[in-house]
Design a protein around this ligand. Structure first.
Ligand code: NAI
Ligand code: MG
Length: 348
């Protein structure tokens, strides 16, 4: 049995994952879905954004299909109880350390990109972001300097094992694409980045078929806007990856189009649209389900070893877009359900 933990979450999460489930049920009828409460929805009913039974379901599943979490009603809660903490708890509980975020412009969406059409058309890249280290998880604190000024600090740190394992994901991802890997760091000023670069160069010896290059993060940010067509696979740390992947997403059109995968050392992974719960449009049937549907395709490819089915889904989304199917974020007027219908109609 192939078990999918369906964690729909808050806001538009349930609306978009319902469409992803529909597509999966049509193309992979043997998948078994079990729903779990997560985020604000779980806090409401069970007093915790990631109840133990949800984490247990995720752990025994073959893959997690995740919607979105976040609810303005809970913004005042202490940090540990906020809906967004569920994502960190799932990543930690499942040992997920690599975040894959492909960004590509679907033909027909040139107008939606923040870039000029001729530049936007060339985007077809994936960012491999490290998820478990860096300034987010290093020693942090607040205090006073000797002269009484308030100060804050967050330690940037990686060890060689952490860098080597994300570097491997980067090289392996590049191998499935155009065999070009760019490692992004700030080695001109950061010790952490010098270690990062050394280790990436060492791992490169195992991947002679992949062309490795290095770039400083400030230059990478500039190049992403100037000429994103030069990039294939980018591997980088948690902080730089967070920022660069949001930037890349806007180059590729709507946030409603972009999927992601969080992977660890086993086949299991967690798949979710990069967008949040969008409280401003929740419950109105306006959400674009493409990111959730494309996340389901990534799940088939990376966790379930069904690349052929993943291809069929991606082709159907591209065909629906090309035929003019548009939700409001893409400048159209289709409802979430109608967009799902348009994609289903292209499945053939
Ligand atoms: P958001 O991604 O939810 O929304 C940003 C804007 O994009 C909104 O105007 C929204 O309507 C639009 N949008 C997002 N997804 C869309 C879709 N599929 N179709 C059409 N339009 C779409 O980000 P925001 O507003 O900063 O955060 C809202 C809540 O979501 C917050 O509580 C935040 O913490 C949470 N969040 C959760 C994430 C997750 O579950 N992985 C990721 C990002 C934010
Ligand atoms: Mg972000």
């Amino acid at each position: 049995m192939t078990l999918i933990a369906l964690l729909a979450g808050d806001g538009i999460g349930p609306e978009v994952t319902a469409q992803a489930r529909r597509v999966l049920e049509a193309l992979a009828p043997d998948l078994v879905f079990e729903e779990g409460a997560v985020g604000g929805a779980a806090y409401r009913t069970q007093g915790h954004p990631l109840p133990p039974e949800t984490l247990a379901l995720a752990k025994r599943s073959d893959a997690v299909l995740f919607g979105a979490v976040g609810d303005p009603a809970f913004d005042a809660l202490e940090r540990a109880m906020r809906p967004e903490q569920a994502i960190l708890g799932l990543r930690k509980g499942l040992g997920l350390f690599a975040n894959l975020r492909p960004a590509k412009l679907f033909a027909g969406l040139e107008d939606a990109s923040a870039l000029k059409p001729e530049i936007a058309r060339k985007i077809d890249l994936v960012i491999v972001r490290e998820l478990t280290g860096d300034v987010y998880f290093g020693d942090k604190g607040r205090g006073l300097t000797r002269t009484g000024l308030r100060e804050g600090h967050d330690l940037m740190r990686y060890d060689e094992v952490e860098v080597a394992r994300i570097a491997r994901v980067g090289f392996e991802t590049a191998r499935t694409r155009r065999h070009k890997l760019l490692s992004v760091d700030k080695a001109n000023v950061l010790e952490t980045s010098q270690l990062w670069r050394d280790v990436v160069n060492e791992v490169a010896r195992d991947f002679p078929d992949v062309a490795l290059s290095h770039m400083y993060v400030d230059n990478a940010a500039m190049q992403l806007v100037r000429d994103p067509g030069q990039f294939d696979t980018i591997v980088t740390g948690n902080l730089f990856g967070d920022i660069l992947s949001d930037q890349a997403s806007m180059c590729a059109g709507s946030i409603g189009m972009l999927p992601s995968a969080a992977l660890g050392s086993s086949a299991q992974g967690m798949y979710e649209p990069i967008h949040g719960s969008a409280p401003d449009i929740a419950g109105q049937g306006k959400a674009n389900p493409c990111a959730a549907i494309l996340s389901a395709a990534m799940m088939l490819r990376h966790s379930l070893d069904r690349a052929d089915v993943a291809d069929r889904i991606e082709t159907a989304v591209a065909a629906a877009i090309l035929a003019g199917a548009r939700t409001a974020d893409l400048g159209g007027s289709m409802s979430t359900d109608a967009m799902g219908d348009a994609i289903m109609a292209q499945l053939g």
